[in-house]
Design a protein around this ligand. Sequence first.
Ligand code: SF4
Ligand code: SF4
Length: 296
Amino acid sequence: MSEKIEFPLKSSFVPAVLEPSAKIKFDCHTGISCFNACCKHADIQLTPYDILRLKDNLGVSATDFLKNHTIPFEMDKDGVPGVKLRTDNGGACDFVTEEGCSVYKDRPTACRYYPVGQLALKEADAPEEETRNFLIQEDHCKGHGEDRETAVDDYRHEQEVELYDQINREWLQLILKKRSAGPAIGRPSDTSLQFFFMCSYDVDRLRRFVLTDSFKASYDMEDSFYERVENEDLALMQFGVRLLKQVLFGDLTIPLKERAVAMRLKQRREFLEMRKKAEIERHKQMQEQQMKDALS
Ligand code: SF4
Ligand code: SF4
């Protein structure tokens, strides 16, 4: 039996898997009769890295990007929050223009992959999930009727998705872990869901949180860490995923101040214990000597 995540995460339909070397017959160009049709019926789920790229492209904060260009949705029955690109009432993406995509160089992962879909499968006894690809064929997309043939891996390379996949991997694994745990974890509290939203999507709020006195009092981090996350969105986003893993799943990779104090107390206790044992040993030897002296 295997667990699966479909991206977008919404259907139980398991399509035919494409091997990396499999050839797909597809082409998309400005002269095609359906140009922009996909972007006018957009249903694009965003990853944390998609949001960084898009908000930088627009020169706005993550908070403003989320507010003005996305809509929230629930990724599963436990209400784990996801975000999708906002569309108009007819389904057209905020960023589609007559000339094409206005954020093309920073377009989201799902737009890059289309018409290749992604499926993450995790065998019950496997340590990690494996990503499989499949072909999405929709009536409005005439690219499948073009002559060009490309291997799936070459198509992924052309679309520069390797970087996106690499950066998104840990976050997707986290979602898969939550799903695999099923009822064992149960529905997270509202606070946990809000925390998930902040750590996943809103680097501005996450930065404010990480720079608070209360965070600094809780986590044992070097000064260089604070300098880095103050200036680097990507480093902060990746730290956010670690923080989520620690808070939601108890993966203790971020040292806690309490733990550091507890460790120091433990070392002190061990030291005192050793000293006490040495004292007792010395006392026993003295007593033994006294007895020997008495018997001599
Ligand atoms: S982001 Fe660009 S490529 Fe993606 S749906 Fe919108 S207009 Fe189309
Ligand atoms: S060929 Fe497909 S992907 Fe390209 S513009 Fe047409 S509908 Fe969109």
